[in-house]
Write a protein that binds this ligand. Sequence first.
Ligand SMILES: Cc1ncc(COP(=O)(O)O)c(C=O)c1O
Length: 344
Amino acid sequence: MPGYVPGAQPQGKTVKLNTNENPYPPSPEVIRALRAALDGGGECARRYPDPLCRELRQAIAEFDGVSPDQIVVGNGSDEILRLLMTVTLDPGSEVGTLWPTYSYFEFLAAQCDARPVRHGVDTGGRWPDSLFEGGERLLLICNPNPPVGTLQPHEMISRLCEARPESLVVIDEAYIGFAPRGASAVSLLGSHANLMVVRTLSKSHQLAGLRAGYAIGTGEALAALLKIKDSYNVNALTQAAATAAIGDTGHFESTRAKVIAERECLAAEMRRRGFEVPESHGNFLFAIHVRAQEIFEALAERRVFVRWWDKPGMRDGFRITVGLPEQSDALLRALDEVTAQLGR
Ligand SMILES: Cc1ncc(COP(=O)(O)O)c(C=O)c1O
């Protein structure tokens, strides 16, 4: 759509289901922590933040069952991903990704003059043989993998790490908070020295606007990240808010359950309307339809924003962020209008 910026905040009465934000507010503990940080005569603004994010790393360590020494925190997981590319890639070197996947990977690769290598997955998400056989120094693999939301089991991740001992295998778990319990690759870190897990607090912890993400790993790659990151890459307010968010596991659990329940309801409604909707383990759905682009554009005209990409393997569907039940209702109403108008 000309002039349409996916990350921009649409004004007016809109249904914004295009950037996989969490529809629920952050934990009340986050608001309390922010207020407390702001009290005290602005000290949190005057002084530099903790460069090592010690309190936050301690909270993450407890949440993920790892040691704080295994964690590096970034200004969103996009910063971590960019740093990982910077430390592992030279101009001209290759970075392997699934395809389709998080489109920002290729943007980051271009910033490093690296060459992305796409390993194609179908809507079932099965990893292709080429992924196990390639020679790229860095593999960036989302699990669950957008835009469809497919999830691969531990055995597959272990097989990949073993098949590619010369590669750093980074599992981007941005959406793991909406996947079945126990799906995270963090429990495999002790078995594979070439494995790293990247997480964000933007999705399942409702902090997209404050920017906090982290890497969990061991060995050289983690040390390299620490060495290259800016000292004060995570500001004081974000550190306080993220520590509180991670600590409120009750809020995480209750909002997670609501998003998952809404995802399943919306998927059923979409399927009832003739869309093919593969099973998703994220906070989004991929709705496949022969007229996907037209539907996406007609929805946008009604200020219902979902996401469509004019890219191979992606243009035959659009991605819908799972929102509040009333947002799903508004989307479905608009869809019914649009499909009736288009004659399906
Ligand atoms: C797969 C994936 N990884 C990373 C990110 C970036 O998250 P952050 O907000 O922490 O930079 C996103 C954001 O949409 C994502 O979809």
